[in-house]
Write a protein that binds this ligand. Structure first.
Ligand code: FAD
Length: 563
């Protein structure tokens, strides 16, 4: 059943076995997996079925350096489905090395093994609609996928790993009917959790305060509470709930909100590939079930260990769109249409240096001179993206000159000084807004610089091509700062640890010291991997459902009382 919380009267107490806070992919998958157990599940979502300004305003907050990190009401979405209402759908599992304590990366190591997560990836793939759990290019499509760079056999990179793409599935749209029809699931929309009320000794959560769209407060009493509100709101609610736990719940060791990671991601360099155009394939292959798959170059774990690097991948990319010297009509058409592209995607497509009128003119000329390919591109986009159920994942344009750039997506190392905290402003419910102080380290820059050099050497030695940096890219830190934190991934702010000294939650996601409070989502990841987080978030939700499903229950069904 899906209802609006606006109809709930002040003072009502809603009872359930398990209360899940947040209706993004983590919360939706958890609720639907738990539905199989017969327990009563209450899913609270602050937004509605479609986006609204009123809900989105609750995401606003402060950022210490807006050049490095987007405002917190960008990228995140207060709506059923959460950020999957606008995500890209790239699905990649974490690697075994991500879970290891690596002596060269401080604070690395998960209290659980890769195998404990890996066994849930097949289910996660299904939830994300990313096809079967097969991430080897030789096996993912009938006959195997085409080579990225023909004849290239790198020593430091795995060229056979792939990423698979979700539709991209909006979890709110796709699973609404199932949420609605599950007899033991009740979804309350427009229900914003504002404070967790701990028992006097702090050992459990008794109730949760919730505000609806009419600003009425009601509460929830449940045996277990699970925070699935994303990597920013989860620490915020814990820090806000400080009436019994001074400094916030789970924060005895001042860890809540710290170790905030995104990904070090951006576009770098120019790769001129030797040989004919057909020696390169940087586009998508299609698996038997229709899933788009794409190869990438992943830094090998042995190289990471030998050189003290974090995890990283490179993808072949079209030349930088903002620079009209690429001479490619479709790219210039995208540049000219930037006003119509949403902030989250335009941010990566265009330059942060305001274009001069000459730049606009050159892009205009590219679009006109290369109009046949611009027209073909627009028609293909309409057919395979705009009108398709399973959408072509991104802009793939074969450069006329065999000239590419590189997309990099690298792990950010855990850093306690990078953090989410409470700011000074208040939201409309009187809760302190977020304050984001995202920081990268020298080690993050080194990973990009060294892996770029390694790739450049290997491409040259094997006569595959020439990889170079533009004059404004020679200082790699400038490149890292140019793109800043990847805005859609919020990781590590309630990290999982072996004990309360190293983590906010234990190996099951339970907050240390609070017996009935759990967290699910990338907030619990102690390290960030090279991989985008959602597939692993979903795998962890399936894992938590298994755990919570096995716990004994007392309350038989969802009830409501008015105090
Ligand atoms: C532009 C963009 C592209 C992306 N592309 C990819 C990609 O290609 N691959 C990938 O793996 N990931 C991608 N991501 C990231 C992906 O969307 C997130 O990892 C994922 O949505 C996180 O899921 P979640 O359920 O943990 O959190 P969210 O999706 O953020 O959902 C949290 C939910 O909690 C609700 N909520 C918040 N506070 C409260 C409260 N106090 N009370 C009640 N409800 C509350 C919110 O309204 C929201 O619906 C992208 C993100 C963006 C923005």
């Amino acid at each position: 059943m899906i209802q609006s919380a606006d109809d709930i009267v002040r003072g009502t107490v809603v009872h359930a076995n398990i209360c899940v806070l947040g209706g993004g992919p983590a919360g939706i998958v958890l609720a639907l997996e738990l539905a199989k157990t017969g327990k009563s599940i209450l899913l609270l979502e602050s937004g509605g079925e479609s986006p609204s300004e009123q809900a989105q305003a609750l995401n606003a907050g402060e950022v210490v350096d807006e050049k490095l990190h987007s405002p917190p009401d960008r990228y995140r979405q207060r709506v059923l489905g959460g950020a999957t209402s606008i995500w890209g759908g790239r699905c990649v599992p974490f690697d075994p090395i991500d879970f290891e304590a690596r002596p060269w990366i401080d604070h690395s190591g998960w209290p659980i093994s890769y195998d404990e997560v890996e066994r849930h990836y097949a289910a996660a793939n299904a939830w994300c609609e990313a096809g079967e759990y097969e991430y080897d290019a030789r096996l993912a499509t009938p006959g195997g996928m085409r080579a990225l760079l023909r004849g290239f056999s790198p020593l430091h990179f795995d060229a056979n790993g792939i990423e698979r793409f979700s539709c991209p599935t909006n979890f709110g749209d796709r699973y609404r009917a199932r949420l609605h029809s599950a007899p033991n699931v009740r979804v309350l929309l427009s229900a914003t959790a504002t404070s967790l009320r701990a028992a006097r000794d702090g050992s459990r959560i008794d109730t949760l305060d919730v505000r609806n769209g009419r600003d009425c407060t009601f509460s929830v009493a449940a045996e277990q509470f699970v925070l699935a509100m994303g990597g920013m709101e989860t620490p915020r609610l814990l820090l806000t709930s400080d009436d019994v736990h001074a400094g916030g719940i789970g924060n005895v060791n001042d860890l809540v909100g710290r170790f905030y990671m995104c990904h070090i991601a951006g576009t770098i360099g120019s790769l001129r590939v030797n040989g004919t155009a057909d020696s390169v394939w940087h586009g998508y292959d299609v698996a038997a079930d229709g899933t788009y798959c794409r190869r990438r170059l992943a830094l090998l774990p042995e190289t990471q260990a030998a050189m003290g690097l974090s995890n990283a991948v490179f993808r072949l990319h079209h030349p930088r769109i903002a620079d009209p010297r690429h001479g490619t009509g479709p790219l210039s058409a995208i540049f000219l249409a930037q006003r119509f592209i949403s902030y989250e995607y335009a941010k990566r497509l265009v330059s942060d240096v305001p274009p001069t009128y000459k730049t606009w003119l050159r892009h205009g000329m590219n679009a006109v001179i290369d109009s046949p390919s611009t027209g073909r591109f627009l028609l293909r986009w309409l057919k395979t993206r705009t009108l398709a159920d399973r959408k072509f994942p991104s802009i793939i344009i074969r450069p006329r000159t065999n000239l590419f750039s590189l997309d990099f997506h690298a792990e950010q190392v855990p850093n306690p000084d990078s953090r989410i905290d409470l700011g000074s402003g208040l939201d409309r419910f009187g809760n302190r807004r977020l304050r984001v102080d995202w920081r990268y380290t020298r080690q993050d820059v080194e990973t990009v610089a060294t892996s770029f050099d390694l790739l450049s050497q290997e491409l040259a030695t094997q006569s595959i091509g020439h990889l170079s940096l533009a004059s404004d890219e020679r200082d790699i830190e400038t490149v890292v700062r140019r793109d800043g934190a990847y805005g859609g991934h919020h990781i590590g702010t309630t990290r999982m640890g072996a004990s309360a000294r190293s983590g906010v939650v234990d190996r099951h996601g339970k907050v240390f010291g609070v017996n009935n409070l759990y967290v699910v989502g990338s907030a619990t990841f102690p390290t960030s991997s090279q991989a985008n987080p959602t597939l692993t978030i979903v795998a962890m939700a399936v894992r938590l459902a298994e755990r919570l499903g096995a716990l004994a229950t007392r309350v038989p069904s969802i009830q409501e009382s008015v105090s």
